[in-house]
Design a binder for this molecule. Sequence first.
Ligand code: GLA
Length: 383
Amino acid sequence: MNRASLLPRRRLLQCAAGTAAALTLLKRQAFAAALERSGLGQAYKNAFRIGAAVSTQALSQPNSAELELVAREFTSITPENCMKWENIRTGDDWHWDIADKYVAFGQRNHMYIVCHNLIWHSQIPRSVFQDANGQPLARNALLAKMEQHINTLAGRYKGRIQAWDVVNEALDEGNGWRKSAWFNQIGADFMEHAFRFAHQADPNATLLYNDYNTHLPKKTAFFVPILRDYLKRGVPIHGIGMQCHHGMDYPDMRDFEASLKAYIDLGLEIHITELDFDVLPARSNTADVGAGGQRNSAELDPYKDGLPEKVAVALADRYEQLFTLLLKYRPHIKRVTTWGSYDGMSWKNDFPVRGRTNYPLLFDRQLQPKLAYQRLLALAKTL
Ligand code: GLA
C-alpha cells in the first residue's frame, strides 16, 4: 500500500477518533475498496484493461443499471454513439451534453477513457461533404472542415481522456482504400492529416486507427506498408484498434494471430476495441454497417426463447480461446473492450438482420454474468 492511500484514513482517525461518524465512514471506505476489487476489470489489472462501449441511453438516465454494471466490471469505456459526427453536432451547433456526461463518468470512475470517433464515412450527414450548392467540397475546403471538427472535439476533452479513435474504417475488406467521400475528395492522405490534426488538438492522447476484419491477410498486407511509412515519417499514430466483431466459426485464428504479430512488429499498441461474438446464423462475416437491414426469419433467429446450454458453452470457449491468445501477447495489448456491456443492448440484435435475439456479450439480458464471464474470471486466476 502506498503512503498516499494511507493518508486519508489516518487523517480521518485523527479528526474523529472513536465517534460513530468515523466508524460509518470507515465502513463506507472498506465497502468502496471491496467494490473496487471486484469485477473482471480488476481481475485482469495485471494484464490489460477490460472495457465496454456505453450507450447514449444509459448516459441520459439517472441511476442507470447499465452504468452501475460498467463501473463495477470494467476499467475502460468507449462511447457507443454520442461522439459520432451526426450526434455531436448539427451544422455548427454542438451537442455536448451526453459526451460531457460520458467523460465525467469515466473520470469519476478512474477509467481509461476512449473517445470514438473523429473521422468516419458513416453516421455523418452527406452535407458535410458538400458546398452550399450541394456540390462536392474541394480538397482544401474539406481538409479545413476536418481540422475544425477535430480541433473542436478533441480540444474540448484535451488532457481528460486517454485515447481517440482518430480514423474509423478507412480500408475496404480487401481492396485497398475504401472509396469514401473523405478518400474521394481529399485523397489517401486524408488519414495522415486526421492524425496530425488530432495530435495538435490533444498532444498527450493515444491515437488509434480502428477497423473491422483487420485480420484478413489482404487487408493486413495492404495496410502494414502504409503504417510503416507513417511511422518512418513521424505521422502520430500510436495503435491499432482491432474491432473483433467475431462469430462462432470466424475469424480463422491463425490469420488473427498473424495480423496481431504484424501490427505488434511495427511497434504499435494493440487495442481490441469492439469485441462481440455473434451466435446466430449469418450470410456473411462483414461488420460493414452498410450490410445491415436484412430481413428476419425464424430460421435466422433460433434462440428467441433462450440460449441453449450447448451454445453458451461454445460461446464461453470462443471468449476463452481469444483471451488465451491475447494473454500470450499481453505486453502489447492495452485493452480488450466489448461493444456494449450486456446482451439486451447489443447492436448485434439488429445487425445484419433486424429484431433478432442475440447473445454476443459477457452479461445477459438481466445484466447477470454468463458462463463466458465465469470462464474469463477463472482464466484471470491463472495469471
Ligand atoms: C462500427 C463502429 C462502431 C459501431 C459499430 C456497430 O464497428 O466503429 O461505432 O457503430 O460499427 O454498432
